[in-house]
Design a protein around this ligand. Structure first.
Ligand SMILES: CC(C)CCC[C@@H](C)[C@H]1CC[C@H]2[C@@H]3CC=C4C[C@@H](O)CC[C@]4(C)[C@H]3CC[C@]12C
Length: 666
């Protein structure tokens, strides 16, 4: 290549020389025009010939260069292909390893006697976490211990934090100026709540999640220490309270006289609780043991209290009261790293009670998966079956959260049926967990389904469609996401088989069909989407109606961790609020506050300090053989559902913190 270029260069020099000779010759001719010498035209022709030859040489030298370049290009392509293939193989191997790891772990926890919890804790685990409430077993029975009372020194710490915060807040308000400030605040009935955070989120594109996550394959949520740049400025307790965003659905449920309508609204509530997860790809802070969170929203008609009742395994319990309903439960989020993706299992039962109807409903949240941990853009998927049960009437909803599918066609889709106690289908439910949910007449729904299926079949002939292949392989990757959300490994194999009730030959009605039905003169009335006005009788009619519609996130949400408007308000510490809150409230967590204010270094520093402090407290407890007791929840069995779990012990809102001897955790 070098040689070929040198030759080309030499030719070019000769060419230049010949051209200048030629020019000189021509000039001479011009000068001596009058005395044109015989034979000079012959000289010109000779020079011209020379020129042509040289340029021909030059051309062939360049052609040779080009062919060399093309050859190299080819070699590079092959190499790239090989590299891609290698990386694919590596990723698959990693995935296989993760699977094996998981199987090993499960077999170990099965064979391990339950009386020996904590015996399977690796060194790092022991060093960093509450290791003595091992994953598969009951906690060791240590004698109960009252927490050490260095609270005085610490209260000054909160004090300074509160002051610092107040000061900052005032500064910000001054900076914002009157008009801007009004624009930044959203009004509610009695009080205004902020609608953005003090500082926008950091760009974490420079950090590869994978560099951190590779150390975490097979580990649990509480065992993962990630740099704060991967965190969102909320504690997991606050994140759970986001369930309340559409609490009006429970008001609607309790207001209805028809148990099937009530069931549908409870289901809509369960689905609405998932909606804020879209695009939320940062990790909430692990709550410290004993951390609490409360949210009192008289304007929305509810109040909720949450407490971190166990640190390892991490369990957060919550209890909310509306005017006509109760909503409580506990969540033990389990994260599993599978190489290319993270699987999230939010274990725990969620309960809604409607005392005026004497009814109790329960369900379990579906799993989520964060894709593209190694390469490409992260995206989150929720999939699986959700069963919402009315324990009194035996009516239930089985709702399917569809995996996005090969073409992303089923992205975010949910569908299912409302069954009466004889297991007859009474209504069909349809929508997207990110957007809305409709209640539809069963026949109409099935008709649409049939049409969608026929259409799919029509398209499929003669060769089987990739959709079909995807189902057979059980892949959860969606190349359609590729164009939407960035690069995605094609041929990714999912760990999560398509849920049993999901029949690949029963596609959910597609959007085209929905539109088609809407536009059809006979059916538009049926498909009229009508947001239900408060407690109208419409629900009892056989019309199709919208049960729930998600509130659009604000345009600047992407700058603020993709928070919903509701989420923006959760960590707000407004004037006067601190006097009422217990010292364990996560609004006082300095690390979260610093992250919210955009100070990564301080956030990281404080996060470390808090974790150290928690470790030291745990060691102290172990040494003194004392056991942790949550302040506001205790283990119990629900009288109607028979579920054992964390029950609210009561008394939180009396705010008698003294008698509870609150732990010093921050
Ligand atoms: C940086 C990366 C890869 C890790 C990010 C993990 C994030 C996306 C994970 C960590 C913990 C997860 C949460 C754990 C538990 C629940 C409760 C459930 O009812 C809804 C989903 C929800 C709220 C999960 C959403 C996704 C979540 C926030």
């Amino acid at each position: 290549m070098q040689n070929a270029l040198q030759t080309a260069h030499a030719h070019q020099q000769i060419l230049e020389k010949q051209i200048s000779d030629m020019a000189a010759l021509l000039e001479g001719m011009e000068f001596n025009k009058s005395t044109v010498m015989q034979g000079s035209s012959g000289l010109v022709t000779q020079k011209m010939n020379q020129l042509t030859n040289t340029s021909r040489d030059m051309y062939s030298a360049m052609t040779y260069c080009l062919s060399l370049i093309t050859q190299q290009e080819q070699v590079r392509k092959v190499r790239l292909q090989q590299e891609i293939e290698k990386s694919r193989v590596l990723q698959d191997a990693l995935h296989a390893l993760a699977t094996e790891h998981h199987q090993l772990e499960t077999s170990l926890s099965v064979s391990r006697p339950h009386t020996l919890p904590g015996s399977f804790c690796d060194a790092s685990d022991d060093e960093f976490y509450d290791a003595f409430s091992g994953s598969g077993g009951s906690p060791r029975s240590f004698v109960s211990l009252e927490e050490d009372s260095s609270s005085t020194s610490n209260s000054s710490q909160y004090e300074s934090l509160r002051h610092a915060h107040k000061h900052q807040h005032q500064q910000q308000q001054q900076q914002l100026g009157g008009a801007a400030q009004i624009a930044e605040m959203s009004a509610s009935a009695s009080k205004t709540y902020r609608n953005c955070l003090p500082a926008p989120a950091f760009d974490k594109d420079d950090f590869s999640v994978w560099t951190i996550l590779k150390q975490c394959i097979g580990k649990e949520l509480s065992k993962i220490t990630m740099p704060v740049v991967f965190n969102e400025p909320l504690s997991f307790l606050q994140r759970l309270c986001e369930y309340m965003d559409y609490s009006y659905l429970l008001d609607k449920a309790s207001a209805s006289e028809d148990s099937l309508v009530r069931l549908q609204y409870v289901t809509a509530f369960a689905v609405s609780a998932c909606s804020s997860n879209e695009h939320r790809l940062s990790k909430p802070f692990n709550p410290l043991l004993g951390e609490t969170y409360e949210l009192d929203r008289p304007d929305l008609g509810f109040r909720i209290v949450a407490e971190q009742v166990s640190h390892h395994p991490p369990v957060s319990a919550f209890y909310a009261e509306g005017k006509q309903w109760l909503f409580h439960g506990s969540v033990h989020p389990k994260l599993k790293f599978w190489g290319k993706s993270v699987e999230i299992q939010p274990k725990g039962t969620i309960t809604v009670e409607l005392p005026s109807h004497g009814e109790v409903y329960t369900w379990q949240n579906v799993n989520s998966c964060v894709h593209n941990i190694i390469v490409g853009k992260l995206w989150i998927e929720q999939y699986g079956e959700m069963e919402v049960k009315n324990h009194n009437t035996a009516e239930k909803v089985i709702l399917n959260f569809r995996p996005s599918g090969w073409f992303g066609k089923e992205l975010h889709k949910i569908d299912g049926y409302v069954y009466d106690k004889e297991k007859n289908k009474r209504r069909a439910l349809y929508g997207r967990w990110t957007e809305n949910m409709y209640s539809v007449d069963v026949d109409l729904f099935e008709d649409m389904r049939r049409k969608a299926k026929e259409k799919k079949k029509g398209r499929k002939e003669p060769s089987p469609s990739p959709t079909k292949l995807f189902r057979r392989n059980g892949s959860s990757s969606s190349p359609a996401q590729d164009s939407v959300d960035g690069a995605m490994g094609v041929g990714e194999v999912s760990l999560f088989p398509v849920s049993p009730s999901e029949d690949p030959d029963q596609p959910s009605p597609d959007d085209e069909h929905m539109k088609e039905m809407l536009e059809h003169p006979d059916s538009d009335q049926l498909w009229q989407v009508s947001p239900r006005p408060d407690h109208s009788e419409q629900a009892e009619s056989s019309e199709n109606y919208q049960l729930w519609q998600a509130e659009a996130k604000s345009e600047h949400a992407s700058k603020y961790f993709h928070f919903t408007n509701f989420a923006m308000t959760l960590n707000e510490l407004s004037e006067g609020m601190d006097e009422n809150l217990p010292s364990t409230d996560c609004r006082f967590r300095p690390d979260i506050r610093h992250l919210e204010e955009g100070d990564l270094d301080k956030a990281a520093q404080e996060k470390n300090r808090l974790e150290e402090k928690q470790r030291a407290a745990r060691k102290q407890r172990n040494k003194q053989k004392q056991q942790w007791t949550p302040r506001w929840f205790h283990q119990g069995t629900h009288s109607q559902t028979g579920e054992t779990g964390w029950t609210y012990a009561g008394g939180y809102w009396e705010r008698d913190y003294q008698s509870k001897d609150l732990p010093d955790i921050f």
